[in-house]
Design a protein around this ligand. Structure first.
Ligand SMILES: CC(C)=CCC/C(C)=C/CC/C(C)=C/COP(=O)(O)OP(=O)(O)O
Length: 430
């Protein structure tokens, strides 16, 4: 039934009509996809679109008319405008397929984390808006490619799940080669853009993340519940690549947002795995929720990971990334999401799982906005230190000043610890 409704929806969108001329689907690449769609129900329908475009190779009546040149009316304004409409219909159809293949809303969230990483990684330099745009565009393209590959590998699984069965590939709205071409072009363009306009570190992180998501996480979903943790690493990389794009390096400070994303994803995906457990079972995925009928284990895992987020606000402040306001904000946020996880732990109903899921959806944008709002650039840190010095010299006697730490690449720490006699390596800081 659903296939019939999909077919009729798609057919109406791309103006396929049975009243027109016969076409040979093998002669036009996209008509193969129309053929796939139609083959669910009946033999391929003649396509008005293809006829209007005049790109069929079949010696149809209309072509003969064209060839003989007897009907000048073929070139009338009405004919041209209907061809334009047909092309627009196809453009709209494929734009929609690309949008869905890319899981565009998820990819935009990924872009938001990468952009936040970029701004945080800018340090004391002015934010470069072209740089930010290139980073966001490159991340979007690579995330779109990763998500398309994920769907290419999961066609048969997605077809068995209510949540995913209407995606472009299982519903037959686009062919596999077409989706592969889209994924390849989007991924390669994104990697080239990042490599040429930001740096190789950012391009390398993004490409490695694509491989981790499409070629490790995706098959692992059908093998072992550990997939959720591997997926959490995938979700944590984009802010790191944003930071790397801005600064050309990775430091301890750059790890705060990725750590938050990693821990945040566990309650988020545990809630989803609980809510969609039947769907995941039908799709053949090995989610932890399927091995935990009571839900107690997944609730405990979710709660534990909420607690792991508690120190992050303090670390961000201590490492000089944010002002002290962020400690308060981050703690309140973490308590709020932990409360929903605790409530789910005590009462493992769908309602409580949904609440935890919604809390997780709210958490991330608010956490990232807080990081940006209370961000302390190195310049601000200096001004803050001077102001403090001028205003509170007397207080200094009572309490030793908290030492503000500036972001350091990990190698600087490493070299200082075991070989303190070596000079600290210097790094380019924009
Ligand atoms: C730069 C770059 C490559 C970024 C990629 C970021 C990315 C795709 C993050 C998604 C993380 C994730 C585990 C999603 C769930 O996929 P799923 O397969 O469980 O979702 P599904 O069940 O809806 O298909």
């Amino acid at each position: 039934m659903w296939r019939r409704s999909v077919v009729s929806r798609i057919s109406s969108r791309i103006s396929v009509s049975s009243s027109s001329l016969p076409t040979n689907p093998r002669l036009i690449p996209w008509s193969r996809e129309l053929c796939i769609v139609n083959s669910f129900t009946e033999p391929p329908l003649p396509s008005e679109s293809t006829a209007k475009l005049g790109i069929t190779g079949v010696r149809s009546d209309a072509n003969r008319v064209f060839a003989s040149g007897t009907v000048a009316a073929a070139a009338t304004t009405g004919e041209v405008s209907s061809r334009v409409a047909a092309v627009a219909g196809l453009g709209h159809h494929y734009a929609r397929c690309y949008w869905e293949l890319s899981k565009a809303r998820l990819s935009m969230l990924v872009v938001a984390t990468s952009g936040t990483g970029y701004i945080l990684g800018t340090g004391n330099a002015a934010i470069s808006f072209p740089g930010l745009c290139y980073t966001c565009a490159g991340t979007m393209m690579i995330a779109a490619s990763a998500n398309s590959l994920n769907q290419i590998f999961e066609i048969s699984n997605d077809a068995k799940m209510k949540r995913t069965m209407l995606r472009p590939l299982p519903s037959g709205r686009i062919s596999v080669p077409h989706a592969v071409a889209w994924a390849t072009i989007a991924g390669a363009s994104g990697a080239c853009l990042l490599a040429s306009k930001t740096n190789m570190l950012a391009a390398g992180l993004a490409s490695a993340n694509l491989v981790l998501y499409a070629f490790v996480y995706t098959p692992l979903k059908q093998l072992h519940p550990i997939n959720t943790w591997v997926g959490a690493v995938v979700g944590a990389i984009p802010p790191l690549l944003g930071w790397a794009a801005a600064s050309g390096q990775i430091s301890y400070n750059s790890m705060i947002l990725p750590a938050a994303l990693y821990f945040w994803q566990i309650p988020h995906f545990m809630a989803l795995a609980h809510l969609c457990r039947n769907d995941y079972a039908a799709g053949g995925y090995k989610m932890l929720s399927l091995f935990d009928p009571s839900g107690k284990r997944i609730a405990a895992v979710a709660l534990r990971n909420c607690f792991y987020m508690v120190p992050l606000g303090f670390i961000a402040y201590d490492w000089g990334l944010t002002s002290s306001w962020f400690c308060l904000e981050s703690t309140l946020l973490t308590i709020a999401i932990a409360a929903t996880a605790f409530s789910f732990y005590r009462d493992r109903t769908m309602h409580k799982a949904r609440k935890m899921f919604h809390a997780s959806l709210l958490f991330l944008p608010v956490f990232m906005s807080g990081l940006l709002l209370h961000r302390v650039s190195n310049d601000n840190q200096q001004q803050q230190l001077v102001a403090e010095e001028e205003a509170g010299l007397s207080k200094e006697v009572k309490a030793p000043r908290r030492k503000k730490r500036v972001a350091q690449p990990p190698v600087a720490y490493a070299s200082a610890a075991p070989f303190p006699f070596l000079p600290a390596p210097s790094f380019y800081s924009p």
